[in-house]
Design a protein around this ligand. Structure first.
Ligand SMILES: [Zn+2]
Ligand SMILES: [Zn+2]
Ligand SMILES: [Zn+2]
Ligand SMILES: [Zn+2]
Length: 362
């Protein structure tokens, strides 16, 4: 499986993730994908987090799926399948500098023998019968657990009143009387309605592979550094509408002197399109020497084991997802994800993990 992550990287070999377009049936949960956008490809299909657990700590609205990384532990039978899920609030106003309050990271794992998937890998064919909603009803719009349904057709499910209203306005009002009884067991996993289109991030497969260190010879490091610097400045300029020109100028002038940023840019220039860096037990590649953002990582709240760094999401991802104009201020420098070192089985099927968001501004 080319999307599984090689675990030989305990010595500082880093895997990097790049994006590829793929027909979306291959991103179905039964293929254990790593991916960006669309609906979450849940691992455990039954014990999904409740909608209130997948809501923004700041505005309480439902979070939207950002990405998932399939990262089994080869040494542990309990983690034969193991996926980390990242959600984010679409409301740009909830995005604060150097705080990950608008994000949620969850870990789920399964042994090879489990209730949901066959012991042997599935063949890559499109029309295998696999009804997701046999286990749990999923929200028509965002794909998270849906405890309520449309009271008229009784066949369209929603996580929240907000998504029900959005769907009603964007087409369900017309479609509701046409929803037929025969569609009752259809797999709506890849169904993307107008409402979903307005909410979900664009879907991509995430290909994770070893970082090739011999690649730099073909890359003009300075050109790539300039591109990255420009990207970061544009993002910043776009999001900080309340900052004065004077402050912005001050900030952009100090940028080239940031040694950490220079190191970051040089390393990234080997593979300018990387959107993820994976190094279980390793160190994040920070984007700035800004120390205020690097805070204490709490122990696992389920087993009390230390957490360790596992992967980071790169700012380049912002170029690939349609962060429309309304959501202009969703932004980050580096999103570093820390997970339970033991990858424990305690607690719920979907366990919360920890993220540090580092921005270029203090
Ligand atoms: Zn929010
Ligand atoms: Zn929803
Ligand atoms: Zn309806
Ligand atoms: Zn733990």
């Amino acid at each position: 499986m080319n999307n599984s992550i090689d675990q030989k990287n305990m010595s500082n070999k880093v895997d990097i993730g790049i994006l590829e377009e793929k027909s979306n049936w291959l991103l179905h949960p039964r293929f254990f994908p790593s991916k960006i956008g669309g609906k979450p490809a849940w691992l455990n299909l039954k014990d999904l987090p409740k909608p209130e657990e997948v809501s923004c700590k700041k505005c309480q609205e439902p979070l939207v799926f950002l990405c998932q990384v399939y990262a089994p532990y080869e040494e542990s039978d309990d983690c034969f399948h193991r996926t980390l899920f990242v959600f984010v609030c679409r409301n740009g106003g909830c995005c604060g500098t150097n705080t990950a309050d608008n994000f949620l990271v969850m870990r789920c794992q399964l042994p090879r023998k489990n209730d949901f998937y066959s012991y042997e890998p599935y063949e890559e064919c499109e029309n295998e019968k696999f009804a997701m909603d046999k286990w749990t009803k999923l929200c028509e719009i965002c794909g998270i657990k849906a405890p309520s349904h449309c009271s008229k057709c009784k066949q369209t499910y929603y996580c929240s009143r907000k998504h029900q209203i959005l769907d009603w306005q964007k087409g369900h009002k017309e479609n509701c009387p046409k929803v037929s009884r025969s569609s009752i067991c259809s797999d709506n996993y890849f169904k993307v309605t107008e409402a979903a289109k307005s909410l979900l991030f664009r879907e991509w497969e995430l290909i994770v592979d070893e970082e090739d260190e011999g690649d730099d010879k073909n890359v003009d490091v300075n050109v790539e550094m300039d591109k990255l610097r420009k990207l970061m400045q544009e993002k910043r300029a776009g999001t900080l509408s309340d900052i004065s020109d004077n402050e912005l100028e001050q900030y952009t002038q100090t940028l080239p002197e940031d040694k950490v940023f220079n190191k970051f840019s040089k390393r990234v220039a080997r593979h300018p399109d990387q959107v993820l860096r994976y190094e279980r037990g390793g160190c994040p590649l920070w984007i700035t020497s800004n120390e205020g953002s690097v805070i204490h990582v709490p122990k696992c709240q389920y087993c009390n084991e230390d957490r360790q760094f596992e992967f980071q999401i790169m700012p380049q991802l912002l170029n690939f997802i349609d962060v429309g104009i309304d959501f202009n201020s969703i932004d980050w420098g580096v999103l570093a994800v820390y997970t339970c070192r033991a990858s424990c089985n305690e607690g719920p099927a979907y366990k919360q993990e920890f993220m540090i968001k580092q921005d270029l501004l203090k």
